[in-house]
Structure formats: structure tokens, C-alpha cells
Write a protein that binds this ligand. Structure first.
Ligand code: GCB
Length: 595
């Protein structure tokens, strides 16, 4: 019996990730102190605040925030006399000088903090692009790689009542071995791009939990609760008052309890995005969250939501702030973007090409929009480099850790348009296995490779398809691949009996630029692509979703064409100023027909 329990623990309690002792989720209802606002900054292109002139890490870097103690002491920096930048926010759109900058910027924020007895304090970053070294009061407290996932460090024994200074070195230099690698088609916005806050918890606290319907079930909730602290053995209760759930469990010596109960739940769906107040109560702590419950699975080529076949009427979105440009980071940004998606008739969004800020996913939960979320394993990363794999694994784990309780998220995707090779397959299979282990409830996908077997047949037989639940394909028939009419004679075939989501298609148009439908860059050309594409898509028997590229124009250094692109990818159905192009209405009409 004991070994059975242990076995089920091993199966059900996959892994508690990365930051074992830290807060993984940004739990609502906790005491938090925002560190958003203006931070003092020093731009440091040669990293002379980090390395000495022999290129060795210096003991007296800028993180010491030193001040001359006498009139003759030499100190060559001064945060207090340098400029400021707003956090959250990218640096590129806050200063003309930093628009194309890729390198290091040092951020400093001073604060006071009266910690209550028997509490713990964490400093929490929603995201920093790309590499962050974090120092408190002159001492290093941690570092983090990856531009799009949250991280936190405990500062309980370091924080003082007054005059703390938090310094973060943020470096967004691209690297060949990083994830993403050197080449992307989006702007490398640098900085503390998401919220920064202090979070206070009791000394033993609910570190993390997962409560979701078991895959394939519509009334059995399974998951786990994990405590962190020195009183790990506790009774914990999961309550969902509106559904009459009040169940208690006991955590084991490592603070872990398996949660498993049945409940009569009104299920979450785009038509009825029901969220319940869920209380996780331990003896020493409690958290409250809004959680929706829904099942998602596949059967042959069908995607089933709550047991019923559904078509994912979607659109791709970059984390580009609507109207003002720059990285999106706020609830308002999320509401604007997702409202446009709704207006289009979408019930689904593909959040490309990295995990977006948490507001996007939480608003999608509230608004009833299904989400595909992915990591920036994009194009040609270093498949054979174990450090690159480790990095990709970590980003995947952090993405799942943050959003695993969001009903809106139905698909995790592990890669985008990666070229076929054995090394790539081994790498991506590893990510698939990891994702399934960490979250057995969701569907897995990737935007895969496909190829022509003859001029009119597109074949999906990428070996990765065998390991995925949903096939994703990007195609640009009518833009990079022939003219729009080419779609008319195309037939799609698949080696797999699995649903296909056409995860990208489209073409560029500058809003307000008009001409006939064969003139590139006009709204009419883009409109024609959508017309021919839709006619083709309707004929694909195993198609179960579409997320054309893309909701709004977004910045890209690869797009210099003057007066048309001006460093914007113009494939948006909506311009960077919020103006809807003709193709928007073509897609809207199709999505309305399908409702
Ligand atoms: C793609 C990529 C996407 C690009 C897009 C384009 O296939 O996945 O990141 O932005 O094409 O516009 O070329």
C-alpha cells in the first residue's frame, strides 16, 4: 500500500521545478509591494561595471553602488546622477539612443521594508530580457536566463528596514547558443520588461499547486499542493465553495500532497468562461485563485473541448504593445489585444513566439479565449549543445509552472519552424517528454516543417508529428511561396491521423496603401491572400484550427524597406496604430460563418 502511494505520488506529482524554495506562482491575494516606477539606470555597452580591464569579473562592480568617501576618491559611475527608465518597460522605446541597443543596462531601485516577524520576503520579476544578474545591498542574490518567464529570489535575511538598494544588470545581447538564438523576426526589446515586486509570505507557505481536471475527465480534479518552509507536514484543505468542495489532504515530509477529488463543475469554455474561487488552505498559509475547469483532448483528427469537437478560430499575437509600440506588459494592453481578437470572431490565440506576460493569460481566462503558448525555440538553435537544451528545458518548465492553472491554455508548443535533423528531433522529443511529465493535462504541438511532394501537394510528415497531439504548420502560399492564386490548386496531405492547426499564413500590407490585388504591400494583395487561403483551408479534411500571421503589425529589425516596412513586419490584420486592414474583414466573415 505504502509503495503504491509512493508510486502514485511519483506519477501524479511530476516535478516541482527550478526554484524549489521560492515562490513559483505569482499568487493573488498575497501581500505585495510594487517596485514598478522609475529606476535609475546606467548604460554599459562595454560591461565595465562588471569586468575589470583584464576582463575578469570585478569585486567592485556597479552593483556596489559606491560613493566617494572623500573628495579625492575615484569612482567613475553614479546611479543617482544617471538617467532613469520606467519599469515595467523596454529600454528601446523609452530613449532614442537605446532604440537599436543590445547590451547591458544597470537598473537600481532603493526601498525601505519593514518585515513582520515569522514572514519571508521574495523579490519577484515578471520578466527581464534576456539575462539578469540581481544584487541586493551590494551582494549578488541570483541570476536568471530567458527573457519571457518570471523568477524570484528570497531576501528574507538580507532585507533591511531602510535604505535597501536593489541592482539588476540586464543584458540583451543575442548569442548563438541562446534561446532564442541570433536570428529572429521580432524586436529584441531589452530591460525589466515586466512588473517587479516584493512578495511577503508566512514562514511556511503554499509554494505552488496544480488543480486541473484530469485528462479525459470532466469531473475528476487531480493535482498537488507544495509547501515550502520548516513545518512541512500539515493538513491542507482545498475549498471551492460555489461547487460545494471542501477536501482535506496531508502533506508529506517534503511538503507535498496529492490532491484528487470529484466535483460537479460548470465547465469553462469560450461561450461560458466560468471561473471558480479556489482556496488552498494550509495551517500556516492560504491562497485564493480564480480557476476554470475544462477538458481538452484529441480523437483522430478532432480536438475535443469538454468532450465536444471544436474548431480553433484563432490569430497569432506578438507581445507588441497596441497603439504605442514596444513590449506589451499591462492588463490594459492584454484587454485591447484580446478584444481585437474577439472582434475578429476568434475563440483562440497563438501567443507567439515566447511566453507572454501573465495578464494575457489571465485575461484570456476571463474573456473565454483559448491559448497556445510557446517557448522561443525558433529557427536554427544549437541542437547539439547541452547548455542550449538545458536553457530551453528551463524556459519550458517556467512557462508551464506559471500558467498551469489557467483553463484558457489548451496547447503548449515546443518549437517554431525548426529544420529537420536527427539532433533537432532528439532535442524536441526531450522537450515533449518534459512537458508531458510536468503537465499531463494539455495538448502538445509545434509549428513543424512540411514540404511539396509535387507542385500541387503539400505533405505533413515531419517525424516530430509522431510525438505531438496537434500538428502545427506555417505556410506562406501567396507571399513567400508564389502568388495568392497558387492556393487554389493545392492539396494537403498528412501522414498522421491528428488535428492540424494552420499556425501561420498571411502577407504584408501597409495600412492605407491601395492598389490592385497583384500589387505587393497593398491592402488588396493581403485581402486576396486571405480569400484564396480560406478557400484552400476549407478543403483540408483534417484542419481543426487556424491562427494566421498576425493580429497587429510588430517591430522587426529584419524589415527595413523604407516607407513600407520601416522596421515593422506589416503582416498585421491591424496596423500599429490600431487601423483595421481589408483582410481583417475577410477573416472576420469566415469566422462568423463558422460560429
Ligand atoms: C514565419 C515565422 C514568423 C515570421 C513570419 C514572417 O514563418 O514563424 O516569426 O515573422 O514567418 O513574417 O515571415
Amino acid at each position: 500500500m505504502k509503495s503504491l502511494l509512493l508510486l502514485s505520488l511519483l506519477v501524479l506529482v511530476p516535478c516541482v521545478r527550478a526554484q524549489e524554495t521560492g515562490l513559483i506562482v505569482n499568487s493573488e491575494g498575497r501581500k505585495t509591494v510594487s517596485l514598478n516606477g522609475q529606476w535609475q539606470v546606467i548604460v554599459d555597452p562595454y560591461e565595465s561595471g562588471y569586468y575589470n580591464y583584464r576582463y575578469q569579473p570585478s569585486d567592485n562592480g556597479y552593483f556596489k553602488n559606491a560613493k566617494p568617501k572623500s573628495k579625492s576618491e575615484l569612482i567613475e559611475y553614479d546611479f543617482d546622477k544617471s538617467g532613469t527608465l520606467k519599469v515595467p518597460g523596454d529600454w528601446n522605446t523609452q530613449s532614442d539612443q537605446l532604440f537599436f541597443y543590445e547590451g547591458t543596462v544597470w537598473y537600481k531601485k532603493s526601498f525601505d521594508y519593514q518585515r513582520q516577524p515569522n514572514t519571508r520576503v521574495f523579490v519577484y520579476f515578471g520578466g527581464a530580457n534576456y539575462f539578469a544578474d540581481v544584487y541586493l545591498n551590494g551582494e549578488k542574490i541570483g541570476e536568471h536566463e530567458g527573457g519571457f518567464t518570471p523568477f524570484n529570489f528570497e531576501i528574507t535575511n538580507r532585507v533591511k528596514d531602510t535604505d535597501n538598494f536593489l541592482i539588476v544588470k540586464v543584458d540583451n545581447k543575442r548569442r548563438r547558443d541562446a534561446v532564442p538564438t541570433l536570428m529572429t523576426d521580432w524586436w529584441n526589446y531589452g530591460g525589466l520588461t515586466r512588473e517587479v515586486k516584493l512578495i511577503e509570505t508566512p514562514s511556511t507557505f503554499v509554494n505552488d499547486y496544480m488543480v486541473q481536471l484530469q485528462r479525459g475527465s470532466r469531473n475528476r480534479v487531480t493535482g498537488w499542493v507544495k509547501l515550502s518552509g520548516d513545518k512541512l507536514n500539515q493538513k491542507i484543505t482545498v475549498r471551492i465553495p460555489e461547487a460545494g468542495v471542501n477536501r482535506s489532504f496531508t502533506t508529506n515530509a517534503s511538503g507535498m500532497a496529492v490532491v484528487d477529488f470529484t466535483a460537479d463543475l460548470k465547465l469553462w469554455s469560450p461561450d461560458s468562461p466560468k471561473l471558480y474561487d479556489v482556496f488552498i488552505e494550509a495551517e500556516t498559509d492560504q491562497v485564493r485563485e480564480q480557476v476554470g475547469f475544462r477538458s481538452v483532448e484529441t480523437r483522430g483528427a478532432d480536438i475535443l473541448l469538454n468532450g465536444r469537437p471544436i474548431f480553433l478560430r484563432g490569430v497569432c499575437i506578438h507581445e507588441e504593445a497596441p497603439l504605442r509600440g514596444g513590449r506589451a506588459y499591462s492588463r490594459e494592453d492584454a484587454v485591447t489585444l484580446l478584444s481585437w481578437a474577439k472582434e475578429l470572431g476568434a475563440n483562440f490565440v497563438r501567443l507567439a513566439h515566447y511566453p507572454h506576460n501573465e495578464f494575457m493569460v489571465r485575461e484570456a481566462d476571463r474573456m473565454g479565449i483559448m491559448v497556445w503558448s510557446e517557448i522561443p525555440v525558433y529557427w536554427t538553435i544549437q541542437w547539439e549543445n547541452p547548455e542550449t537544451l538545458k536553457n530551453a528545458r528551463n524556459q519550458l518548465q517556467e512557462m508551464i509552472a506559471r500558467d498551469k492553472n489557467r483553463a484558457a491554455v489548451v496547447i503548449w508548443s515546443v518549437a517554431n519552424e525548426t529544420p529537420l535533423s536527427d539532433a533537432r528531433l532528439t532535442f524536441l522529443k526531450d522537450l515533449v517528454t518534459l512537458a508531458r511529465h510536468q503537465d499531463p493535462t494539455r495538448l502538445l504541438s509545434a509549428a513543424m516543417e512540411r514540404h511539396y511532394t509535387n507542385p500541387t501537394t503539400q505533405m505533413i510528415d515531419d517525424p516530430l508529428g509522431e510525438f505531438l497531439d496537434v500538428l502545427g504548420c506555417n505556410e506562406y502560399v501567396g507571399w513567400y511561396d508564389g502568388l495568392p492564386e497558387k492556393a487554389d490548386g493545392l492539396e494537403w496531405k498528412s501522414k498522421y491521423d491528428k488535428p492540424l492547426v494552420m499556425s501561420e499564413f498571411g502577407g504584408d500590407a501597409l495600412f492605407g496603401h491601395h492598389g490592385d490585388s497583384s500589387t505587393r504591400w497593398t491592402e488588396e494583395y493581403q485581402e486576396s491572400i486571405y480569400q484564396h487561403q480560406i478557400a484552400m483551408l476549407k478543403k483540408i479534411p483534417f484542419l481543426r484550427g487556424t491562427s494566421p500571421w498576425i493580429l497587429t503589425d510588430f517591430r522587426s529589425p529584419r524589415r527595413p524597406l523604407p516607407n513600407i516596412q520601416d522596421f515593422w513586419n506589416r503582416k498585421g490584420l491591424i496596423s500599429d496604430r490600431g487601423e483595421k486592414k481589408k483582410a481583417f474583414y475577410v477573416l472576420q466573415r469566415w469566422y462568423q460563418e463558422m460560429r
